[in-house]
Design a binder for this molecule. Sequence first.
Ligand code: NAP
Length: 300
Amino acid sequence: MLYDLIIVGGGTAGLTAALYARRGGLHTLLLEGSAPGGQIIASPELENFPGLPKCSGVAFTQRLLEQTAALGLDLKYEAAVALHFTPSLQEAETSGGGSYQARALIWAAGLVPRHLGCPGEEQFMGHGVSFCAACDGMLYKGKEVAVVGGGNTALEEALFLSKICLRVHLIHRREKFRAEEALRQKVAQTPKIVLHCPALVCEMDGGKRLESVVLQTERGSQTLPVAAVFLAIGKLPANQLVADSLALDEAGYVLAGEDCLTALPGVFVAGDCRTKPLRQLVTAAADGAVAASQAIAYLH
Ligand code: NAP
C-alpha cells in the first residue's frame, strides 16, 4: 500500500510527528518495533514538560498515543529492518515480513541504552540487569539493588528505587555527578542511597539470576551483593539502518539542523537520533512537529 508518509519510531518525536501529519491530512504509517513511547516510558515522573502536571512517562505516552490514534493513524508493531530511499519513493521492509512505501519518511529511531561491557552483563540481562527502574523496580521490592551512572537518569532511577528497595547502591566512575543540582541534593538527603564513587563495575555474578557485582575502587575490589543492577550510563543513537544513506556525525547522530531536513529529498529526521544541543521530551516533541510540517510542505 502506498502511504503519504512513513514514520519509523514510536517515541515522543515519532508520535508527535504522527499527530501533526494526521492533522495535516497525510495518510500515515508509524512503525514501532517494541512498545510505543521510547525512552520516556522509563521515567517514573515527568516534571519539566511545559504546562503538564506531574505524571509518569507511561501516562504521558498513553495520552499521546490516544490523541494520535483518534486521528486515524495506521500503527504497526513491526521494526524496520531495511530502508530504500529514492527521490520519489521511500520503502521500509519490516521484521513482520512487510514492505511499505511512501512518498516521504521521517526517521525517529531515538537512542538505545549503552552497555557496560563487563563479564556477566549480557548473561543476566533481564535476570537482574535492567535499564528501567519504572518498568522493573517493583520486582526488587525490599531488596538491595545498584544503579550505575552519574547523570540525571541514574540519580532519578536511584531516587525512584529508594522508595521501593531496602538499599540502593549508586555506583559512579567519578566523584563528581553530572546530574543537575536539584537531583544531587535529593540524593544526598536520601539515607537509603549509598554512594560508591569513584568505582567501576567490573563483573556481574550469580546463578540463574544476578546475585552480586564486583566493584573496582581506589581501595581495591569489593563484592556487593545485589539482586539487580540498573544501568543508566547514557545512550547511543539507533542509526545503524541509515548509516549508509544519511550523513552521521562522529558520535553516530544524523547530521541535521532544527529544520529536521536531511540531504535526501522526502527524508526527514526527528528526535534524539539527530544532532542537537538538548535532548529532552520537549525538544523531541518539537522535532516531531517540525519534521511532519516539513513532510507536509514537501508533499504539497
Ligand atoms: P548522561 O547524562 O550521558 O550520563 C551518563 C552517565 O553514565 C555519566 O555520569 C557517565 O559518566 C556515565 N558513563 C558513561 N559511560 C560509562 C561507562 N562505560 N562506565 C561507567 N559509567 C559511564 O546520560 P543520562 O543520564 O541518561 O541523560 C541523557 C540526557 O537526558 C541528558 O542530557 C540528561 O540531562 C537528560 N535527562 C534529563 C532528565 C530530566 O530533565 N529530568 C532526566 C533524565 C535524562 P561521566 O559523568 O564520568 O561521563
